[in-house]
Design a protein around this ligand. Structure first.
Ligand code: ADP
Length: 398
């Protein structure tokens, strides 16, 4: 069956058409700058050349229509008609406490996704527009939602409750949810497969380190803690996000700089993190070069990131009373050997030893710890689209 995977971002829509029997990507692409000038669609068939066209797209539903047009294009399309799409899997940011796993999207589920807009006002409306567009253009095709939060719904209360009056949890569901769940789940399962052990026998720490970064403690196949919280702003310092910060410091800063809460959150989301500290870039490649060229602030930013990652890994080893495997994934985790090495240096007390030559490879599944390391350290490229396609197939077959 051909499964279309749709991932709506704030001004983008990523799509992949996956053949589920062979798990091959038939074509993929991205609609960018939706609602802005010079919006464009890129399209890359498996055995063809990537092409990009400027096409006007003012909404996400127009972007879905354009993605379907390129997939069925007479010359370069990989399918002839929309009937060749057997199902659509949507990536949805927030499933609240309502969704503890992926779901088939019937009317009731769509309403529940819409209800979650209250706690995810920036993200869920985007996913919904993709869902409504597909429903209109392919009314008979079954659809699923795969949530960033669902994998972390196994967290116990001690991990998800904030230390605030309990009534805020009861009245408003204000709690920690965690994100990147699709990636953490895929990577933890893949780690177990590569180790040749059942996921239910392993204590794994997954480090999803990209523009947005989070770490998860996966005990016997279930997430028991993760660094992101009510929103993806909590936890580690990230590309442009601050991560955790003393909330009372914000009042001081808002007063000094004459900022309102929206300004403040804008700064914490978009102008902070390693970008804010270095004053240069959120990209670790730029920071690595700037450090080599002598920038102290770039060096500080990189060190703070590695230090915080190591602290959370230590915390999660304590939370699980042990750790069998630590896995790095996403843009930084898959590609930045220096950051992996720095993090692992802090973890020498766990008996972790890194094989330098293995660690210098990048972008492939590999073990980077030595054979005498007490904990196996691995790099596993994440594949959220494949996980969404697998979940979609599972739901449709059940
Ligand atoms: P997103 O959260 O947007 O999905 P990614 O997982 O794609 O982000 O990660 C993007 C980040 O990965 C870049 O901003 C950069 O910091 C880092 N990155 C990508 N390639 C490399 C590389 N070769 N070396 C170091 N860092 C890299």
């Amino acid at each position: 069956m051909n499964i279309l995977v749709i991932n709506c971002g704030s001004s983008s829509l990523k799509y992949q058409l996956i053949q589920s029997d062979t798990e091959t990507v038939l074509a993929k692409g991205i609609c960018e700058r939706i609602g802005l000038e010079e919006s464009r669609v890129s399209y890359e068939p498996a055995n063809g050349k990537k092409e990009t066209k400027i096409v006007s797209m003012s909404t996400h539903s127009e972007a879905v229509r354009i993605a379907l047009d390129v997939l069925t294009n007479e010359q370069s399309g990989v399918i002839k008609t929309l009937e060749e799409i057997g199902a659509v899997g949507h990536r949805v940011a927030h499933g609240g406490e309502f969704f503890t796993s992926s779901t088939l999207l019937n009317e009731k589920a769509i309403k529940a996704v819409a209800d979650c807009c209250e706690i995810a006002p920036l993200h869920n409306p985007l996913s919904l527009s993709g869902i409504y567009a597909c429903k209109e253009l392919m009314p008979k095709v079954p659809m699923t939602a795969v949530f960033d939060t669902a994998f972390h719904q196994t967290m116990p209360k001690k991990a998800y409750l904030y230390g605030v009056p309990y009534e805020y949890y009861e009245k408003y569901k204000m709690r920690r949810y965690g994100f990147h769940g699709t990636s953490h789940s895929y990577v933890a399962k893949r780690a177990a497969a590569l180790l040749g052990k059942p996921a239910a026998s392993l204590k794994t720490i997954v480090c999803h380190l990209g523009n947005g970064s989070s770490i998860a403690a996966v005990e016997y196949g279930k997430s028991i803690d993760t660094t992101m919280g009510f929103t993806p702003l909590e936890g580690l310092i990230m590309g442009t996000r601050s991560g955790s910060i003393d909330p009372a410091a914000l009042q001081y800063l808002m007063h000094k700089e004459n900022l309102n809460i929206d300004d403040m959150l804008g700064i914490l989301n978009k102008k902070s993190g390693v970008y804010g500290i270095s004053g240069r870039s959120s990209d670790f490649r730029d920071l690595g070069e700037a450090k080599k060229a002598g920038s102290e602030r770039a060096a500080d930013a990189l060190e703070i990131f590695a230090y915080q990652c190591a602290k959370f890994i230590g915390a999660y080893a304590a939370a699980m009373k042990g750790v069998d495997a630590i896995v790095f994934t996403a843009g930084i985790g898959e590609n930045d050997k220096d950051t992996r090495e720095r993090i692992c240096e802090y973890l020498c007390w766990l008996g972790i030893r890194i094989d330098e030559s293995a660690n210098s490879r990048r972008g492939e599944e590999m073990k980077i710890s030595t054979s005498d390391s007490n904990v196996t350290v691995m790099v596993i490229p994440t594949n959220e689209e494949l996980e969404i396609a697998r979940e979609t197939l599972r739901l449709i077959m059940s």
